[in-house]
Design a binder for this molecule. Structure first.
Ligand code: ZN
Length: 211
């Protein structure tokens, strides 16, 4: 098992490699107001690292992560998610919001398996209870083929894109055409992202063209 020493040695290694090379870039970032172009909303899962999977540098992504990449609707807003969302959109003026789900999401699996077993963890239970509501129709469908968890991971991303629309700061900017919403699903074993295509009404592999 790794202990904290391992992580602190990792910070030494980080400073000796990345920081040594990017020193002037990091100093400039520190001297200016942050100006990320995208708000990334993803799962807390330790295997899905937003900056790693997008090859992003410090300063490029404003990140919110929670269990199962949830954005509670405005009328049921979670203060932490709502605060970060409003700050990113109204103060930092991000041009894009990405909601990124991922294969094998433990939060979604718990919803499928019946999260009643999590009653002893009241916050997690309530969080998944709320998250499960927009997924109920999909849960009730008995479709052959693709796994229920995979379908729910996708449905869950789309539900959060709908919920983003309930925030006045987002709705106003969508109306004005100054912000875009994106739904992604990250595949754990391959590291590849699929993107929701509105025209195709499905998640597709990025072809190097679409945004
Ligand atoms: Zn997850």
């Amino acid at each position: 098992m790794l202990d904290m020493k391992q992580f602190l040695l990792g910070n030494d290694a980080f400073r000796g490699s990345y920081v040594a090379e990017a020193r002037s870039y990091l100093e400039r970032l520190a001297s200016e107001k942050q100006s990320p172009s995208a708000l990334y909303i993803g799962c807390s899962d330790s295997r899905v690292i937003p900056e790693l999977l997008t090859s992003s540098s410090p300063g490029e992504l404003f990140v919110v992560r929670n269990v199962a990449n949830i954005v509670p609707a405005f009328e049921h807003a979670d203060a932490s998610v709502g605060a970060a969302l409003e700050y990113a959109v109204a103060v930092l003026n991000v041009e894009h919001i990405v909601v990124c789900g991922h294969s094998g999401c433990g939060g979604i699996k718990a919803i499928v398996d019946g999260h009643a077993a999590l009653r002893a963890l009241p916050n997690l239970h309530q969080w998944l209870d709320d998250a499960a509501q927009p997924l109920q129709a999909e849960l009730d469908r008995d479709l052959p083929g693709s796994s229920l968890v995979d379908r729910l991971v996708e449905r869950n991303v789309l539900a959060q894109l709908c919920n983003l629309n309930t925030y006045p700061v987002v709705a106003e900017r969508l109306q004005a055409g100054v912000i875009q919403l994106h739904g992604w699903v990250y595949d754990l074993p391959t590291g590849r992202v699929r993107v929701f295509d509105v025209n195709e009404d499905t998640f597709v592999h990025f072809d190097g063209q679409s945004t």
